[in-house]
Design a protein around this ligand. Structure first.
Ligand SMILES: Cc1cc2nc3c(=O)[nH]c(=O)nc-3n(C[C@H](O)[C@H](O)[C@H](O)COP(=O)(O)OP(=O)(O)OC[C@H]3O[C@@H](n4cnc5c(N)ncnc54)[C@H](O)[C@@H]3O)c2cc1C
Length: 425
């Protein structure tokens, strides 16, 4: 993969590529592979110094963990099962299996409260089976409305760890259509697998795109290194990046595309890894603890997954946003305070490092993944509509039932490449 880029300083010359793909995450990589296979010259411009986007196996603490995507969801139809096989990368259907314990305020949760929690949890699925969403959409909070202020937050709290968003900002229709199936793990790292799949493509790193012009016959794309021209452009940056206006479009994106962006938010699923050395606190590797005392501030801990010297915490929604804005120091204090109550204050001494990829504040992500607002589930398809016959927005947000996943991003990238291939060369 090329790290440096020599771009032309101005317009008025022949196109350097048939297609420019913006973003080297799962969607961009998939699009570039298919374009290459179709004999089109594709250049991928990536803002970061690495490939993979929100699939990222982070080894900054020594032992590696997946800071973004970890599971190959709905494996039965997920293209990554075959990609892993082709690359000789092992997958596994076994989770770490060290047991699961629920706490409230640092103390094991009373049995009666656990039962109540479990009962509340099933309510979303039960209601989705019977509710009529054909005439109007609901937010998940509205779906649970009659459960009352005591149980409704408990029933929806699990969504903070799956969708990463508060229930009032989740469309029930969109949630209902998300694909389900078997989950597989990639023991050597899902992020590593995605990055490996990028090998052999013309990916140019450290190239944050600041402007896309589509007022001429093709497109011209500006990065700090200069300008690049092509016949078409596939934009795979996260919806959060588009919503933040980090890329200027000239002319502006059509009203329909902007309206689609208004209908999609970004969740804030967040993982924080602590390196823990010299003490395992008598805990079996792969145990999970859930601190569920406050449903809005749910925090899951995977302790010593795969026998690594790590505790990986994750949370979502507004609580995760607060932590992301507070930064790694505050996050470390918060997590060690929670863990002290559960396993003892020696944890403070045992924590020797933190890795905090705060996707919510990350300028190249601006959130964990896309979430349709109530009433706006059609925004995904609307966002994928080709613009001016040469701009194509793709990525997990446009993946319909596969949205929010690496597999969905890949299918969306392939669909965009197929749409580009239909343009006359
Ligand atoms: C904490 C977390 C856990 C997750 N867990 C799972 C899971 O278990 N399983 C699963 O399938 N999915 C999971 N996901 C979701 C999954 O990671 C994403 O859906 C998927 O990786 C998105 O791929 P993409 O190509 O659409 O976008 P991205 O991977 O975000 O790729 C877009 C690329 O565009 C780049 N970019 C941004 N701005 C610019 C710019 N201006 N110029 C050039 N490049 C730019 C970015 O750096 C990035 O590399 C998780 C995500 C998070 C955050």
């Amino acid at each position: 993969m090329a790290a440096a880029l020599t771009l032309s300083p101005g317009q008025g010359h022949a196109a350097e590529a048939d297609v420019i793909v913006i973003g080297a995450g799962a969607a961009g990589i998939a699009a570039a592979h298919d374009l290459k296979a179709a004999g089109r010259k594709a250049i991928v411009l990536e803002a970061r110094s690495r490939v993979g986007g929100r699939a990222f196996t982070d080894a900054s603490l020594g032992p590696a963990y997946d800071a973004g995507a970890m599971f190959i969801h709905w494996a039965e139809r997920n293209p990554w099962v075959q990609i892993a096989r082709d690359l000789g990368v092992a997958t596994s259907d076994e989770t770490w299996g060290g047991g699961f314990r629920v706490f409230a305020g640092g103390q094991p949760m009373a049995d009666a409260d656990r039962q109540r929690r479990r009962g509340a949890f099933g309510q979303i699925d039960r209601r989705l089976e019977t509710v009529d969403l054909t005439k109007r959409d609901l937010s998940i909070r509205d779906l649970l409305g009659d459960l009352g202020p005591d149980l409704a937050p408990i029933a929806s709290s699990g969504l903070l760890l799956s969708i990463g968003e508060e229930s009032e900002r989740i469309s029930a229709r969109d949630y209902q259509r998300l694909w389900a199936g078997e989950d597989l793990l990639v023991p050597s790292g899902y992020g590593n697998l995605v990055a490996r799949h990028g090998a052999g493509l013309d990916i140019r790193l450290n190239q944050p795109v600041s402007e896309i012009r589509w007022d001429g016959p093709g497109v011209s794309v500006t990065t700090p290194s200069g300008m690049l021209r092509a016949q078409a452009c596939i934009v795979t940056v996260p919806v959060g990046v588009l919503k933040a206006g980090a890329i200027r479009f000239t002319p502006a994106l059509p009203a329909r595309t902007r309206d689609a962006l208004d209908g999609i938010g970004m969740g804030a699923l967040t993982k924080i890894a602590l390196k823990v050395e010299g003490n395992r606190f008598g805990i079996s590797p792969g145990t999970s603890f859930l601190e569920a005392g406050s449903p809005k501030r749910l925090m899951n801990f995977d302790l010593f997954p795969d026998d690594k010297d790590l505790i990986v915490a994750f949370c979502g929604g507004d609580h995760a946003r607060e932590l992301s804005l507070a930064g790694p120091g505050a996050a470390r204090d918060h997590l060690t305070t929670l863990l002290s109550a559960m396993i003892g204050s020696d944890i403070r001494k045992a924590v020797t490092g933190i890795s905090f990829p705060a996707w919510w504040t990350d300028p190249f992500s601006r959130g964990s993944y896309s979430v349709c607002l109530p009433g706006r589930e059609a925004a995904r398809e609307q966002l994928a509509e080709p613009i001016g016959g040469r701009l194509f927005i793709a990525g997990e947000a446009t993946a319909g039932g596969g949205a929010m996943t690496v597999g969905g991003a890949t299918l969306a990238g392939r669909a965009a490449a197929a749409a580009v291939a239909r343009i006359k060369a």
